[in-house]
Design a protein around this ligand. Structure first.
Ligand SMILES: [Zn+2]
Length: 392
């Protein structure tokens, strides 16, 4: 074996041991050896390396069936911190997390403009603040992850965003040059899917579709436990599924797109036609929710219809992917109490029992954090180099 190969094998094994400790901690050296199939001497050497790297701690003593009690190993979730940014259409939510995804600090600010300069300036100031708040740690802030509303290529360049003037702006490069910290940008539905898969409602799902219903609709697809991104990284634009043949014209060039009937924009547009909201220029989701809570019949009827339209698109997705779980996230999730039943009735009515029975419909459990947490998870796992090993 060449030296290069040996180094690679060692790196891979080290990454496997770290990943095992991360997932199963507290765990003993003997248990790692059993889990991974690596011999005890190898595990011992790699664990020593990981302790020297400050990625693993030895603490206390575990249970033993007899003899000397084993020393237990813990993943050092404080070895570094990650920043996750949910770049919304009119807000930015920024979180600072431990390597395990635990939120340490969060800041949310409204975005008052769409121009690149304003967005970059707001993002930068949030990142600076969070870097300043990060506790002392061996590796400091290990990455900046951004979930953005738009089409993002595999290199993290925003190719197109219909809502912010960031198309063709090399946001990744700008932030990396400014902070000298690795930065990753992905579509918000992909980061949302990862967030829910790692920390939220989708923890036990293997084939999961996360449907981000906000101003538009996007989907993050997790197949066999891995994010599926398509040939050029831009799959999941299911908001533009045609659901009405001669329907409304969409900015994408098509007609009758799903998001024109089932998104937050559709909800607001229809609500504005109501007598109640006609004079209200600043109609918000909050005001719609408060009317729904009061039992306003028109609002309830509208939410029912939005729920049904959501169900129609979801039925198409279920027929295509046969996922074991569908998670509805982003801002439509707040209407859970009013949209869940109409969605379920549409699915019951329109799907074969084979498709219907195999899918579990859930509402995002991380709420407004799915996107930001998924974005921070991408950079934490890049830092821990776990993805590379799973690919091999
Ligand atoms: Zn469209």
């Amino acid at each position: 074996m060449k030296t290069g190969d040996q180094t690679l094998v060692k790196q891979i094994n080290k990454s496997i041991v770290l990943s095992t400790i991360e997932k199963k901690s507290p765990i003993s050296r003997a248990q790692i050896s059993k889990e991974t199939g690596l011999n005890k001497a190898t595990v011992s050497n790699l664990v020593s390396d990981l302790i020297a790297d400050e990625l693993v701690n030895e603490l206390g003593q575990g249970q033993s069936s007899g003899g000397r009690k084993p020393v237990m190993l813990y993943f050092n979730t404080h070895a570094g911190y990650a920043i996750g940014l949910d770049l919304g259409v009119n807000y930015i939510l920024a979180v600072l997390t431990e390597l395990s995804g635990e939120i340490v600090e969060e800041i949310s600010v409204p975005l008052s403009g769409k121009d690149a300069e304003h967005v970059i300036q707001t993002l930068s100031s949030l990142v600076s603040t969070l870097i300043g708040k990060a506790p002392q740690s061996p590796y400091g802030v290990v990455g900046i992850g951004i979930g953005a509303p738009g089409i993002v290529d595999p290199e993290g360049h925003i190719l197109f965003t219909p809502y912010l003037e960031l198309s063709e702006v090399n946001l990744k490069q700008i932030l990396e040059e400014k902070f000298n910290i690795p930065t990753v940008i992905d579509n918000e539905a992909n980061t949302g899917a990862l967030g829910e898969h790692l920390y939220g409602a989708g923890k036990n799902a293997i084939n999961l579709i996360y449907v981000s219903v906000g101003i538009g609709i996007g989907t993050g697809i997790i197949m066999n436990g891995q994010l599926y991104k398509g040939a050029t990284g831009i799959s999941g634009e299911m908001g533009h599924l045609t659901i009405e043949v001669n329907g409304r014209k969409c900015s994408c060039g098509n007609r009758g797109c799903w998001e024109l009937y089932a998104s937050e924009s559709a909800l607001l547009k229809e609500a504005k036609k109501m007598e109640l909201f006609k004079k209200d220029d600043s109609i918000t989701l909050e005001s719609i929710e408060s009317e729904a809570k009061k039992g306003n019949k028109d609002v309830l009827r509208l939410l029912h219809s939005i729920g049904e339209y959501n169900g129609i698109g979801l039925a198409n997705i279920i027929n295509t992917f046969n996922p074991d779980m569908l998670i509805i996230g982003n801002r439509m999730a707040r209407f859970e109490n009013w949209i869940t039943n109409p969605i379920k009735s549409v699915l019951d009515e329109r799907l074969s029992s084979f498709h219907r029975n195999s899918v579990n419909l859930k509402i995002s459990s991380l709420g407004k954090y799915s996107n930001a947490l998924g974005a921070s998870a991408i950079v934490s796992s890049r830092f821990l180099d776990i993805n590379r090993v799973e690919v091999i």
